[in-house]
Write a protein that binds this ligand. Structure first.
Ligand SMILES: [Fe+2]
Length: 285
């Protein structure tokens, strides 16, 4: 008798082909970010937005930084920044306060891609009377970014997961980010280093409902979803290259494919964002 538990198929919301198909642009088109933030598009891709020399300058500083940390045991990666996943608010903000000056120093260069992204987004938000700022609590601010790098093999470098469940985590019920669950959760990824064939983003056309999340015990973590539970949903495999910037609706299940060789590396600069009311987009990591 097999003791493998058959995964129950996930139920949830799926978008139309027009919504789900990736919208691709040459360079930065900030208006397209609003399509994701307002739920009109699943994913937008800005090809080659960040010049190679800027990517190299950021990754050189990342790899040279004494503040870079190891994450994970089976498939270790490196990161610099703070992540809010599965943490109480105070701990995340302590870590954010420690790391923000380091991140600001690291990104302090002509062409800083985060500054460019938020300047463009701020301009288009201003036209609808809105603005973007880091999520805050008690006068303290969320981390501005998370720099991370994956290596090597395994089925996925990052298992199938969603980014919206964590916004409902009771450990962070006092954090203003919780209001994002009433809007769209958008994930920003800036690819700084990926010259291999692998490292694609896999993106399924389903936002799991809360019943499915509870059944899998991922209601507040969003991770992991068994691959078999996703089989009936369409998936996009998105090639990502150095300098590409993409924004997608993080409520959809997504994963990162491993690199094709252990020596190869995929390094990204990432952040999350979403409206908390009609005038305010907050960011966190
Ligand atoms: Fe994610």
């Amino acid at each position: 008798m097999s003791n493998v538990v058959q995964a129950r198929p996930i139920t949830g919301w799926s978008g139309s082909p027009d919504y789900f198909t990736m919208r691709e642009y040459d360079g930065f088109v900030p208006e397209a970010v609003l399509d994701v933030l307002h739920g009109r598009a699943a994913i937008v891709m800005f090809r080659g937005m960040v010049p190679r020399d800027v990517c190299d300058a950021v990754t050189d500083r990342f790899w040279a930084s004494p503040h870079r940390k190891v994450r994970g045991v089976e498939a270790p990666g490196f990161y610099l920044g703070a992540y809010s996943w599965n943490k109480p608010t105070a701990r995340y903000l302590d870590e954010s306060e420690r790391v923000n000056p380091i991140l600001r120093d690291l990104l302090d260069m002509p062409g800083d891609p985060m500054r460019r992204f938020y300047a463009g987004l701020g301009d288009v938000l201003a036209r609808e009377g809105a603005h973007v700022r880091p999520a805050s609590h008690g006068g303290r601010s969320a981390a501005i970014a998370l720099l991370r790098s994956w290596h090597g093999a395994g089925e996925f470098a990052l298992d199938p997961h969603d980014d919206d469940s964590q916004c409902a985590d009771p450990q962070m019920a006092d954090f203003e980010r919780r209001h994002v669950v009433d809007h769209q959760v958008a994930a920003l990824n800036i690819c700084l280093e990926n010259d291999s064939e692998g490292g694609r983003l896999v993106y399924w056309n389903v936002r799991p409902d809360v019943e499915s999340k509870r059944a899998l015990d991922v209601e507040f973590t969003g991770s992991p979803y068994p691959l078999e539970s996703l089989s009936e949903y369409e998936a996009q495999w998105v090639e990502v290259r150095t300098g590409d910037v993409y924004v997608f609706n993080g409520a959809h299940v997504h994963a990162v494919e491993p690199n094709t060789a252990a020596a190869q590396t995929r390094t990204t600069l990432a952040a999350m964002m979403g409206f908390i009311d009609d005038q305010t987009v907050v960011t966190w990591s």
